[in-house]
Design a protein around this ligand. Structure first.
Ligand SMILES: [Zn+2]
Length: 127
């Protein structure tokens, strides 16, 4: 106990080299009759990965996006290689944060705009 056991790698997918960085990636069938290229030997906890980027393996070895919300705290998942690829731009992982940044950029710009003249901070001493 306590030792992570390697599950035998299932056949049918295999590995291919990423055309961008040249590293190996796992080619795995999805439940949608498609393929996804996953980062090998990477099983982060599902709740640390944005919802639509969590892939979990089902009983027949295919994978599907793990959309359970909130995720099971101990559920592990897999991620696409493109998220870890050093040669590809990172997709928008947290769209709500991106929109918040956009909103804050507008707020910061408004703050930089010239303000109306302020009243003097100190009134002359009337004695
Ligand atoms: Zn790559």
């Amino acid at each position: 106990m306590g030792v992570l056991e390697e599950k035998p790698r299932r056949l049918g997918g295999g590995q291919s080299r990423c055309p961008y960085c040249g590293l190996l990636q796992d080619r795995v069938a999805t439940l949608d009759q498609d393929w996804v290229l996953l980062e090998p030997d990477m099983n982060p906890l599902a709740h640390t990965v944005p919802t639509e980027h969590r892939w979990i393996e089902v009983s027949d070895g295919r994978v599907t996006v793990y959309g359970v919300c909130p995720p099971d705290q101990s559920q592990r998942c897999r991620i696409e290689h493109r998220l870890a690829c050093p040669a590809q731009p990172l997709p928008d992982l947290w769209p709500w944060l991106t929109s918040l940044r956009g909103e804050n950029a507008r707020r910061a710009k408004r703050q930089d705009d010239p303000e109306p003249p302020r009243p003097p901070e100190e009134w002359p001493d009337a004695g």
